[in-house]
Design a protein around this ligand. Sequence first.
Ligand SMILES: Cc1ncc(COP(=O)(O)O)c(C=O)c1O
Length: 384
Amino acid sequence: MLQPSKRVQQTKESYIRNILKVIQQPGMLSLAGGLPDASRFPLAMLEQAAIELAKQPSIYQYGATEGLTELREWLLNHQALAEDVIVTSGSQQALDLIARCYLNPGDRVLCETPSYLGALQIFDLAEAQTLAVRSEQDGPDVDDLEKVLASTPIKLFYAVPDFQNPSGRSWSLSKRKAVAELLAKYKVAFVEDAPYRELRFEGESLPTVTELCAGEAFFLGSFSKIATPSLRVGYVMASKDLLGPLKKVKQASDLHSALPMQKMLLSTVSHPDFTRHLEQLTAHYCLRRDALVAALDKHLAHYLDFEIPQGGMFIWCRLKHHQAYQIAAAALEQKVAVVPGDEFWPAKLKVDYQAIRLNFTSLEPKQLEQAVIGLAKVMQQINT
Ligand SMILES: Cc1ncc(COP(=O)(O)O)c(C=O)c1O
């Protein structure tokens, strides 16, 4: 039988994908995925945008690899973070293109622990060596970062400075500045992945690390969490020099992202009602975060510690007494799904502590409490 390449064989499958069938069973309360609340998709704006597509037949023709000109112009006006932009099929594709374009097998990539598992998979597929820097509540441990950068040649530093997946953490301004300085000093390129940046519930918005970087940086944006994920529209901003080779890889990969989706997305995000949609969405998710926090305080304070995120979609819980895989497996039997923290560590590195990631955007407040009660039952049973 035809064998997949070694690259593919050594790349772990996603835990969530593996338990997807179980999660989809009726009655399952899933805190595992990273799904936006479908009842909050901006359907009226999307419907209007879809009707207008028919007035522009050229939208159904092949298009430019770098994306729809109107959308690129809108992005560059809206977020003047870099010289140029390529529209991608979700920010996931931007990550994949960067890895395929810039990483040779064995090159070292640095990330935080825990880190986004979709990025870890991509670095494995690129046969890179993934190293980690310790992460603190307000960003990476800067001393640890300098130690790594001074001792090892690193090609890219990948991070999610706003409401990280899975930890929910955001970097402070001082950490953003310190990291930007260190990256410039050691000439390491930064990959800033920011799909949750606009889901801020409270606190002040901080500058992107890309803005603060004197050296090379890629900024990855996504509309999956603020509009809808299925249009698959994201983007990467950087200098023309950095994006040139990326465009070549995208051309070889898929020629271009679907133009009707780019146009629909542009009509939606530039609609006068979109700002209100975003305000309502963040208020809605804030209530859900509060509901999950209240349920955790009430039912699980004895078993876990957590930080309250100021935005995003996740609460990261450190387990005081339990093993995450054991809890996740037992919880599935109680019809509650969570992701074990181990999944968010690079495969070859030792997991520092036991944790689980909980999503708060896709269940209603009552269901969130029910799920937490289920988890509490599991933890009590395993503890005794
Ligand atoms: C940190 C992070 N980066 C990238 C992505 C991919 O997002 P997109 O839907 O834009 O491809 C996700 C999706 O959950 C994510 O959490």
